[in-house]
Write a protein that binds this ligand. Structure first.
Ligand code: ATP
Ligand code: MG
Length: 446
């Protein structure tokens, strides 16, 4: 039998996916998109066409062609508009382009009017209503820009690490053991067995250090947070990396500083339309100051009242330290290092000079934790000892301990919460604004 058709990989349907206005000035082009907004004025209409990243002003007038507006030209209809690209002026006198409509071909018609107005600058409704209608509210240009920026952050993370010799990995999310145990693991019935959803890729990314030396993963992790806070989700995207042959845990902090610089530059250049639309205050990163946990705690104790927990920070202490870093160093970021051993997971390397503390760090961004990281134990006996000291049974971690048993270089890494970073970059008060379809204690839909 003969093939009847061939695919060549060339998509050629005569439309331009992005409107290259300058190149096309004076030409007749076709462009597909959604009808975002119609402003009708008797014999004349403005039709705003929403494409993947742009809003294109198209002008209808009987003067431009024989085409006459049809009844099915309605908001949210999918359309192919053909017309001539002409230069026009905005109210402030700046130059812009528009399309003089020669034809509108309607490709699909909506069955109903959206329940919330999405064609204004912002979707003006309560967060819960917004989230209930997310598939629709995200069509709003400001709302979709949030997740375009989020794409830029992930892309920057991926590009920078790829350029620095990291291998991208994907680790399983259904696991026999929870990575760090505790109360915030989700249990799952797996054909009669109890398994856990991954809280982090920790144990697997470490296993891959002796294989690839440097690895990273961008993927979902699951935390059964039993509280309803403005900074916790039950499923979030963790950007993780792990690197081998480090000389010190500060190598990880250097790498993260490089990643963040790269991300911010990428946003300024390739995501300029969204940065402009959302008026994003991109932090300048030159060098990031570092302070030891115990010194940071002293600062908090001096300045804030009623501090009872001397082993960790309350959100208000993080907020205070954020302000302090800004005032003192003009920095939106602050590394806090040497957290107490008691408060860090079992795989964390204790400081040989003071075993009460660890070779670990958190990164605060505008007063909230966005990263935890540090050096991990690579020596088998040291890891088994620490597990026993913490009342854990090393036998339950046989697979994990293969890493140490069969030889691993000094290594460390970190986890950076994508939604947390997005939230504080965009100045949101609630992390849900920075999650496309958030999962929290009260929400699993849409
Ligand atoms: P927190 O103390 O803020 O609850 P954590 O110390 O428990 O966070 P880690 O295990 O250190 O969190 O996770 C690494 C990073 O992942 C955090 O710095 C944060 O950016 C992000 N993160 C952790 N938990 C959540 C969550 N429930 N929702 C969104 N992001 C989270
Ligand atoms: Mg942490």
């Amino acid at each position: 039998m003969e093939a009847t058709e061939y695919m060549t990989g060339e998509l050629c349907d005569g439309t331009t996916p992005y409107c290259k206005f300058k190149e096309n000035e004076g030409k007749v082009i076709s462009i597909k998109g959604a009808i975002h907004n119609i402003r009708d004025m008797s014999d004349f209409a403005f039709i705003i066409l929403r494409t993947a990243r742009e809003l294109i002003q198209c002008v209808y007038s009987p003067e431009f062609s024989d085409y006459r507006m049809a009844e099915n030209v309605v908001e949210q209809a999918s359309a192919k508009i053909t017309g001539k690209v002409v230069k026009s002026q905005t109210r402030d006198g700046s130059e812009r382009f528009e399309i003089q409509i020669h034809n509108i071909e309607i490709l699909s018609v909506p069955a109903a009017i959206p329940p919330v107005v999405i064609s204004k600058k912002k979707v003006n409704c309560d967060l819960n209503v917004d989230l209930d209608y997310r598939p629709v509210t995200m069509r709003n240009p400001a709302e979709r820009a949030v997740f375009k920026i989020q794409e830029g952050i992930q892309r920057g993370f991926r590009e920078y690490l790829s350029k620095n010799g990291f291998t991208e990995i994907h680790t399983p999310k259904i696991n026999f053991a929870g990575a760090e145990g505790g109360t915030n693991v989700f249990k799952l019935d797996y054909f009669g067995k109890t398994v856990f959803l991954a809280q982090s890729p920790q144990l697997y990314k470490q296993a891959l250090v002796p294989v690839y030396e440097r690895v990273f993963e961008i993927g979902p992790v699951f935390r059964a947070e039993h509280h309803d806070t403005s900074r916790h989700l039950n499923e979030y995207i963790s950007m993780d990396f792990e690197m081998g042959f480090i000389d010190s845990f500060t190598d990880i902090m250097e790498m993260e500083t490089g990643v963040l610089k790269y991300i911010m530059e990428l946003l300024k250049t390739e995501y300029a339309p969204e940065v402009e639309l959302l008026k994003v205050d991109i932090p300048a990163i030159d060098k990031i100051p570092c302070i030891r946990f115990k010194d940071a705690k002293q600062l908090c104790v001096k300045k804030l009242k009623n501090i009872t927990d001397m082993k960790d920070f309350e959100p208000e202490e993080e907020a205070f330290l954020g302000k302090w870093a800004k005032q003192q160093y003009g920095s939106d970021f602050l590394f806090v290092t040497h957290y107490l051993s008691k408060k860090r997971p079992f795989y964390t390397m204790d400081d040989p000079e003071d075993p009460e503390v660890t070779l670990s760090f958190d990164l605060l961004f505008r007063g909230i934790e966005i990263t935890s990281g540090g050096q991990r134990i690579h020596d088998y006996n040291m890891q088994v000892e620490k597990m026993k000291r913490l009342g854990m049974n090393p036998e339950e971690f046989e697979t994990y301990l293969m890493l140490h048993k069969y030889g691993a270089p000094p290594h460390g890494g970190l986890g950076l919460g994508l939604e947390r970073l997005t939230m504080h970059l965009l100045g949101f008060k609630n992390v849900r604004y920075a999650a496309m379809f958030p999962r929290d204690i009260n929400r699993v839909t849409p």
